[in-house]
Design a protein around this ligand. Structure first.
Ligand code: GCV
Length: 654
């Protein structure tokens, strides 16, 4: 009896000691043991400092090896020493972080023989940060660049370098002309100095009308000599301050932003003018292909239609930055057909790390599986570079949700090596961010693996897209409409629900968007019987009674998918609830709170969408799924009163 009480007491104390430690998540995945001086010799650089402080093992030698390709490195064990070889200092740093990762994951390092080469030379984060400190689609507080402090900038740079990110665009693509003011450039210079030791170049988004709004010219026509001269001088000013400045990112003639088309010129004219100004300094232009006009019959076709005729006309220091899907970062989209159009112009993919359409910083949605799905259609070698719209802000834990850090991490790892499995990435991240305890790693790896599909299920299954709330884009509003609003900003434009069925007919008989894909895929998508079911309502107006592979009708399948998503979020919460003894109190509570919101939001999504679409299908919700608990009229009246710069504190149910 005594020993029973004793073990109960020690068990209790152990639980208290492990869970009582509060951890605010500010260290991200960079959690090394107690610092001590270690034997690190060779090239003196940031890699050496990093290892001296954080490496716990035997001697490490950093060696320069000119023959290794840029940014690549080798790590080899030789007797009791570990040798990291690379051609330059940045790559030595990547090697050092690789070694530290192995240390954190408790790996055997007695026989290392690693050769790493990145798939892309440019691996860049895009921050949508505004000069006033707000972040467009930012769910983790304010801009980290508004009042940057050296310590936080250093953690940011280290975190990026640890996953191979080597570029950062500091401001919103909806750029203010002031981004190029001499005053702002001083600030950019300071940030560049903090980034430089970690191999990160800075870039700026620029407003195409800057020569007018900032320079006082009466035009921004890219072929006007005064405009050309203005950009040349501005670029020279930048490089004088920041000799390794990366270049410009441009959103032009899209969603009200100015561009070359305002002056009767093409996107190529605009991009080339800037590229010429940047060329002699080694800078590049990332020109976004995110364009669409309100009159179009199918927004999904537009980037292709607008940019294909310009192929071959861009300078070689221009890269077209194309969103992964043809519409706009929806929970699931087919890839944008520009990626397989065999363009001569280099293209880079733009992923969205911030969860604009995936539950903001409230839902646990691990994005690596979604990005891998993209790479299952688009060969990595077809791309020149990879960009990710950052989910980073001033919140203590950087990303608003502890598990959203995993998306920053995954973005960097996939930009380095797009063939990495999402399971490997989740495993690495969990072990570094929490610990190597299998009781955490195993269940949460499963949750992370299922989380994207779950979100698709409870938000927009079977090819549905763009049925979210207007403005802040959080929560379901398949009914959203405002008098006079452009049609391609309303869900009805996309879901086209009627008494016959649901979905956008993009077949050869419909908008013909399928024809932008290579022949084989075009035929596959075009035929309702061969179209992958996850894209059904993307490419077809699917009859409510269409027979699905499961044997169910389309309507019944839709009900099942929505309900499955709900059940999955409950399982995620249940899995997390059991981890209380193994996770520090603060992170346990914060994640639990978010998972509860997610589970409630999933019910909101399911109920809103099924009840709304039922008004068209006039079919009963099958008895083998949980029936809605909310009332459609009330859900239709419910509004979350926030802007596009903040994370909702709650979902539907407070
Ligand atoms: C930065 C969507 C988002 C906008 C974003 C735009 C873009 O429309 O809702 O916030 O603007 O995409 O990628 O340019």
């Amino acid at each position: 009896m005594k020993s029973f009480f004793y073990s109960l007491l020690t068990g209790f104390l152990l639980t208290i000691t492990t869970s009582a430690k509060a951890d605010d998540g500010s260290s991200l995945w960079l959690r090394y043991g107690p610092q001590r001086q270690n034997e690190v010799t060779g090239v003196a650089c940031t890699a050496m400092d990093e290892l001296k402080q954080n490496w716990q093992g035997g001697p490490v030698i950093l060696k320069r090896q000119k023959k290794i390709a840029k940014d690549g490195y080798n790590i080899t064990t030789k007797g009791d020493k570990i040798i990291i070889e690379a051609a330059d200092q940045n790559a030595l740093l990547y090697g050092a972080f690789h070694l530290l990762r192995l240390q954190q994951m408790g790996q055997d390092m007695s026989q290392l023989n690693i050769q790493e080469r990145p798939a892309y030379q440019l691996r860049v984060l895009n921050h949508w940060d505004n000069p006033n400190g707000t972040v467009e689609r930012g769910f983790a507080g304010k801009s980290i660049f508004q009042f940057p402090d050296a310590e936080r900038m250093k953690t940011y740079a280290r975190a990026n370098a640890s996953i191979g990110i080597n570029g950062t665009v500091l401001n919103n693509v909806n750029a203010k002309p002031e981004a190029l003011s001499s005053e702002n450039l001083q600030k950019v210079k300071q940030i560049a100095e903090w980034m430089r030791p970690y191999g990160i170049k800075v870039y700026l988004s620029v407003n195409f009308a800057s020569p007018m709004k900032l320079g006082g010219l009466d035009t921004a026509d890219p072929l006007n000599p005064k405009v050309v001269d203005w950009w040349k001088k501005k670029v020279a000013e930048i490089y004088k301050l920041i000799p390794d400045f990366g270049g410009f990112l441009v959103k032009a003639n899209s969603e009200g932003e100015p561009g070359p088309c305002d002056f009767g010129r093409t996107h190529a004219d605009g991009a080339n003018m800037m590229a010429d100004a940047l060329r002699k300094h080694g800078g590049i232009v990332m020109w976004r292909a995110f364009v669409y006009n309100p009159q179009s019959k199918d927004r999904a076709k537009q980037a292709y239609e607008e940019f294909m005729p310009l192929d071959g006309q861009f300078r070689d220091n221009v890269v077209l930055q194309v969103k992964n899907g043809p519409v706009d970062f929806q929970p699931r989209e087919p890839y944008s057909p520009l990626f397989t159009a065999n363009m001569k112009t280099p293209v880079m993919v733009e992923f969205q790390v911030t969860q604009e359409y995936l539950g903001a910083a409230n839902h646990l949605v691990f994005l690596a599986p979604m990005w891998q799905e993209f790479f299952s259609y688009v060969k990595p070698q077809n791309l020149k570079a990879v960009a990710g719209v950052a989910n980073i802000g001033t919140d203590t834990n950087w990303c608003g949700h502890h598990f959203a850090q995993a998306n920053w991490y995954a973005f960097g790892r996939l930009a380095w090596n797009p063939t990495l499995s999402s399971e490997t990435i989740a495993d690495e991240w969990l072990r570094q961010t929490f610990n190597n305890d299998e009781r955490i790693v195993r269940p949460m790896k499963k949750v992370m693996a299922e989380s994207h599909e779950a979100a698709v299920n409870y938000m927009m299954p079977l090819g549905l897209h763009h049925i979210f709330a207007g403005g802040h884009h959080y929560g379901p509003e398949p009914w959203y409409d405002v008098p006079g609003i452009r049609r391609d900003w309303t869900p009805q434009y996309y879901h086209r629900a009627d008494s016959i069925g649901l979905g956008f007919d993009r077949t050869r008989k419909g908008s013909k968007a399928v024809e932008q894909y290579p022949d084989q895929l075009c035929s596959l998508f075009d035929n309702i019987d061969t179209c992958p079911e996850e894209f059904l309502a993307w490419f077809h107006h699917v009859p409510w009674n269409h027979k699905m592979k499961s044997g169910r009708t389309f309507w019944n399948e839709l009900c099942h998918k929505y309900d499955k998503g709900v059940q999955q979020t409950r399982q995620f919460l249940a899995a997390w609830d059991t981890l209380q003894p193994y996770v520090d109190n603060q992170r346990f509570d914060e994640v639990q709170r978010k998972l509860r919101i997610q589970a409630r939001d999933a019910v909101w999504w399911r109920d809103a969408c099924l009840l709304y679409f039922q008004g068209f299908s006039h079919l009963p919700i099958p008895n083998d799924v949980e029936h809605p608990v909310h009332n459609l009229d009330e859900m239709m009246k419910y509004k979350i009163n926030i802007t596009m710069y903040e994370n909702p504190a709650y979902g539907y149910d407070k």
